[in-house]
Ligand binder design. Sequence first.
Ligand code: SAH
Length: 658
Amino acid sequence: MKTFCGRANPTTGAMEWLEEDENYDYHQEIARSRYADMLHDKDRNVKYYQGIRAAVSRVKERGEKAIVLDIGTGTGLLSMMAASAGADFCYAIEVFKPMANAAVKIVEKNGFSDKIKVINKHSTEVTVGPDGDMQCRANILVTELFDTELIGEGALPTYEHAHKHLVQEGCEAVPHRATVYVQLVESKRMWSWNKLFPVHVEAEDGEKIIVSPSEMENCPGVPSVCDIQLNQMPSNDFTVLSDVVTMFSVDFSKPVKSASTYYRVQLQPVKSGKAQIVLSWWDIDMDPSGKINCTMAPYWVKPTSALQWRDHWMQCVYFLPNEESVFQGENVYLTAYRDEYSVWYKLQKAREEENKADVHVESPVCRCQAHLLWNRPRIGELNDQNRTCQYIKSLMKVLKTDSVCLCISDGSLLPVLAHYLGAKQVFTLENSAVSCSVMGKISVLLGEPFFTTSLLPWHNLYFWYARTAVTMHLASDVTVLPQSASLHVMIVEFQDLWRIRSPCGTCEGFDVQTMDDMIKNSLNYRESREAEPHPLWEYPCKSLSDPQEVLMFDFRRTVPQHCLSAEGSLNLLRSGKSHGAVLWMEYHLTADTSISTGLMQISNDKGNCEWNPHCKQAVYFFSSVIESETLTDLPSAVMYAINFNPKTGEITMDFKLL
Ligand code: SAH
């Protein structure tokens, strides 16, 4: 079956119809899935295995048959662990068809077909009885349905249903319980992702300040969780205001209620400061005694030796609706509200007496629109004083009192800056709609450039296409800011990110190569190996080559008809594993002022990289890792061929070791 999907091309802005065959979506899903990352999560796997063995023994000690229900079996891993641990039978439920098919193959390959029945259904559709999917209710419930927020993938309603319909009363559950922890902090850096700070502009006629409207000041923001690799947040970027406290826990071996509720704790700040952020993470106890514990606690809470890197579970940053001064030793009350799928927080000074039944637990909704226009990294970017200074400096250079400016960028402060800096007239095109009727010719064309539709760095070349589309409105001596952009590339070794795309082979003794092959097949689907966006400040890497400029895009001219291409080689300067190439854009505002959306600097001779903290960079993972233990080892260089097609706006690339 073929379907045609309409979409706006993020780079050219053109409306196009793509022919997608029915396999496209799931190949995307598999290729970009977290399964590889989970299989590489040794700490998780080992603890699940221990917990499952312990649960099977407890059931056997009672003289019962061990009947396992594994909801969301994925590769079948946890069911195979249960079967190996001596379970009599496992029902492995998986809603995602390609994964259920993979589970059947993996289970067969590992010789468990007689012990494990894979059922391709959502757990709430599973039937029990002589003619049902399951012969009888299970007495061991095994799941791994958690996301960074614990409940965001629907664990609560799934457990609620399973206890009512699929498992016996008093069943064993692995994990046995989950506990959510919180810590109150002050952090200018994290708060800058949620509120727009005043922007100071030194204009000819005195200082002007851009302040956010009071609606934004008082807006609770958006309900979506902010999940990050908190271990990459340096300790001087936040101040701890409270101890770590337990917010709530869920016992998975008992009936679970998914209905909205709240949990409240009393805190005494350990330090006075501005309460802005609630940092949160969870742990799971695999057994009732709590001896087998798998925790997401960040580095300052547990010894770094115990840190397991993982990307499928990170930590949460919750923004309090407003910042509030708290004082060391005073009593404050922190409330976690939750519905079936998400959690949010409120801080109060006085204990409010509420009846649990009639508490209104409405999740935050953005009332100011700004949180919908700007996502969190974008608000952080707009709050970056250094960056704003660069734009101001460049604007001051190009603006004259008779300047007529047109700004093309989404949700940009540039029009306001241009106005404050004395431009005669400022027009702005928002939401990528390039149609304009302006009076007179434009003398200055501005862009950050930034567009909400951009996923990969070069999608912001939309500015170039927009510039081309408005050419008839531009004065012959128009100044374009930025005047040009360049694409840069560097070969890197990732500390950890490589895991998400690397084959696993065996996992705790089980052969999961079928999964590896499936991921590889999906990555190579229609030979479309693509770069993918990642915010690299969260994923440390070291540079193995120097950064190199590969393509230049001249915004002073229109988009050319012909392709732009570059071929060359990148010398490997340091020993290490070449996991892939990182690509990013730099914008040259004027001849001497540039803004990098990627590499800020290579900090030392070890090649540690500092990345722009507001932007995602493009990562192209090599299909096979190029390894060199020492510099004298081959290879010494990586060849690249990079091509920009102006018709499609696409950048394709190929890398080979020399
Ligand atoms: N158990 C595997 C995979 C965990 S990922 C492991 O630990 O390695 C979670 C899987 O659960 C996904 O494949 C998802 O498709 C599936 N899933 C989530 N909720 C489900 C439900 N209610 N019923 C069936 N499958 C579910």
